[in-house]
Ligand binder design. Structure first.
Ligand code: ADP
Ligand code: ADP
Length: 242
């Protein structure tokens, strides 16, 4: 599991006048296989927390506290170790798959490139793993050599999920992963994420401002306001208060 302890994040730290305290004393545990949704209005600090887990914050940012995975503090790891963890132990899926997929590469090429970077699988094993991952998200093998533009938005997001899962990460960070999709497709994708967590015991940190989609899939919900956690509890507790 991943455990965030007393996390404080300040942007523009060197520049006193423009300092932004984007996260204040955040404490958050995500257990194996758990889906935790991080919600809150725009600017409340959701993306900041998501990015801090992968050490992707801009340079002039002060980060204090701990983000522990297997007892290691991710905030103190050297860049090389973090790069190894990114994609492999912790994956991220984004709102805009078209912006992340290379229009000149087939689906197959995306998978091969990723697996070459992180594993020493031969081509055959890499293809087998990729087909399995695509199968989990409902993309048939005969689409393996197609290009990103040949898929619908929902299908592209499925490909992104398969790419995020092919290395069997422990944690998937979904940052507004379904926001740009229509409601029916959002629901399909969220159910898919739910199934995947069950099958592989993957944890999900689901970052979204869209409350409608949170209630149905979250084990726990954490509400942020102004960089602080203002409420947390089960989806039931948060949404059906008497
Ligand atoms: P959310 O994801 O909830 O919309 P963000 O984490 O993007 O919130 O932003 C939290 C706060 O930090 C906001 O006030 C935002 O303007 C500020 N912020 C985000 N990124 C930066 C940055 N790179 N430099 C300075 N301030 C930033
Ligand atoms: P999102 O809708 O994904 O939260 P934002 O508009 O908050 O997108 O941020 C888009 C990018 O701009 C992010 O990389 C974020 O870090 C950066 N950013 C957000 N607010 C600020 C800010 N006040 N100053 C500098 N960069 C910012």
């Amino acid at each position: 599991n991943i455990s965030i302890k007393n996390l404080d994040i300040t942007y523009n730290y060197e520049n006193d006048s423009e300092e932004v305290k984007a996260a204040r004393d955040i404490n958050l545990d995500i257990k194996n296989g758990e889906i935790v949704s991080l919600v809150g209005e725009s600017g409340s600090g959701k993306s900041t927390i998501g990015s801090s887990i992968l050490n992707l914050l801009p340079k002039d940012t002060l980060t204090r506290g701990k983000i522990q995975l297997d007892g290691k503090n991710l905030l103190e790891l050297p860049e090389n170790d973090i790069r190894e963890i990114r994609g492999k132990d912790i994956s991220k899926i984004f709102q805009d798959p078209m912006g992340r997929l290379n229009p000149l590469m087939t689906v197959e090429q995306h998978f091969i490139e990723l697996l070459n970077e992180h594993t020493d699988f031969g081509k055959e094993k890499a293809i087998e793993k990729s087909i399995d991952a695509l199968n989990d998200v409902g993309i048939p093998p005969n689409r393996f050599e197609d290009y990103p533009h040949e898929f619908s938005g929902g299908m592209r997001q499925r490909i992104m999920i398969a790419l995020a899962l092919v290395l069997n990460p422990r944690i998937l960070i979904a940052d507004e992963a379904t926001t740009s999709l229509d409601v029916v497709v959002q629901s399909q994708i969220l159910n898919l994420l739910r199934d995947v967590t069950e099958k592989y015991n993957t944890s999900i940190l689901n970052i979204t401002h869209n409350l409608g989609v949170v209630a149905e899939i979250s084990d726990r919900v954490v509400v942020l306001y102004g960089g602080k956690v203002v409420e947390k509890g089960s989806a039931e507790e948060i949404f059906h208060k008497p």
